[in-house]
Design a protein around this ligand. Structure first.
Ligand SMILES: *Cc1c(COP(=O)(O)O)cnc(C)c1O
Length: 381
């Protein structure tokens, strides 16, 4: 029997059956009245999971497309930005900024650690020419959640644009852009939002829109002025991913039913249970301030990470993610973002126990799942 694989990867993530049904509907035309109503409705309702009153643009691309759209619309060549680099996705901001001729001041953070807002504040004050700060809510390469609220607090009152990549963090880790002073939030469909890849999102504050008007960077497909103008007529400038918008409407209903605070709380609880399970198996967690979207674990010395994830995949039908770049072979990443419930957590921890045993590690079978169950039931052992 061929087992169905369950994704425990930090994008793409598992898709709820209700969403799969919605996206398989026959297409409608993107200039029809039915489309206009749908598009307008999902844009308005998206403000709730984004926790913003700002306008949200829906783009057809993966998350990186929205990151590039932010850079090319908010800044002009030669302008200076500060990038918090705590891993692969922080560095992506640097790469895009440099590609558009911006001057990047790097604020390096050790992998698995977070930026101290006070230190960022000092770096910005010392420089005096920073026009924007680029950071990441959940740095998916290390499983770390940045202190966005703290950063927002030190930036308050300044003219610096605060831009957050929440591709993997949205509807997972708490984020309140309007309360916390975030100007621009970037996200995408295939992580906490439980959709296939193909949609990206960008919310912009009124002062961010002022920058869009002033930017002299080259842009065509990502000229956000076009998206705004078409959006006023409930349209997109180019052909949108219509099927995914059917799915998005259902995603919004799911999130509204649970409530965004409920969504955050579920992720927190499942993340805590997973971390307890890992620790009970004698495994060490990697990040200092872990995101609730994924658990990142150090691979014990003497264990082959390729073999571990291979066994999990082929024998138990669960797909986890390896470390990337300098963390390759040093960590594995177990995502619990989006369509995840208690049973999913117990399944993957149980599979991990068996796979570790199979590879010769002396783990006590049942210890990890037991610890996770205790947390889920509120028992202190
Ligand atoms: C997944 C992800 C992205 C975007 O990646 P795409 O493959 O372009 O969708 C950006 N930032 C973070 C933090 C991510 O986890």
């Amino acid at each position: 029997m061929k087992k169905e694989q369950r994704l425990y990867t930090p994008g793409p993530t598992q898709i709820p059956p209700r969403i799969l049904r919605a996206i398989s509907r026959p297409l409608i035309h993107h200039r029809s009245d039915e489309f206009k109503d749908l598009f307008h409705e999902v844009r308005e309702r998206l403000k709730y999971p984004f926790q913003t009153q700002n306008e949200i643009l829906i783009l057809t691309s993966s998350g990186t497309g929205a990151m590039e759209a932010a850079i090319s619309n908010l800044f002009s060549p030669g302008e200076r930005v500060l990038v918090i680099e705590g891993g692969k996705f922080g560095r992506r901001w640097t790469g895009i900024s440099q590609a558009f001729g911006l001057e990047v001041v790097k604020f390096p953070v050790n992998l698995g650690e977070v930026a101290d807002p006070e230190a960022v504040d000092r770096a910005v004050a010392q420089d005096g020419k920073i026009r924007g700060i680029l950071t990441t809510l959940c740095e998916t390469s290390t499983g770390t959640v940045e202190d966005i609220q703290g950063l927002g607090r030190v930036l308050r009152g300044s003219a610096i644009l605060f831009i957050v990549d929440a591709v993997s963090g949205l509807a997972v880790d708490e984020l309140r852009p309007d309360d916390w002073g975030v100007d621009v939030v970037v996200s995408a469909s295939q992580k906490g939002l439980m959709l296939p890849p193909g949609l990206a999102f960008l919310s912009l504050s009124p002062r961010a829109w002022e920058r869009v008007e002033k930017s002299s960077s080259p842009r065509y497909y990502w000229d956000l002025r076009e998206y705004r103008e078409f959006g006023e007529r409930k349209l997109t400038p180019y052909t949108p991913a219509i099927s995914l918008l059917f799915g998005l409407k259902e995603v919004l209903a799911l999130i509204e039913e649970e409530g965004i605070e409920g969504v955050w709380a579920r992720h927190r609880r499942l993340a805590q249970a997973t971390r307890k399970g890992m620790e009970a198996l004698g495994l060490e967690l990697f990040p200092q301030r872990p995101s609730n979207g994924l658990t990142v674990v150090r691979i014990p010395s003497g264990l082959d990470g390729e073999k571990l994830l291979g066994t999990l995949r082929t024998d138990f039908g669960v797909l986890l993610a390896h470390g990337q770049e300098e963390l390759k072979g040093r960590i594995f990443r177990l995502a619990h973002m989006g369509w995840v419930a208690e049973g999913d957590i117990l399944r993957v921890i149980g599979a991990l126990e068996l796979a570790l045993r199979k590879l010769g590690l002396q783990v006590a079978v049942g210890e990890g799942t037991g610890a996770a169950m205790d947390l889920l039931m509120g028992v202190n052992r």
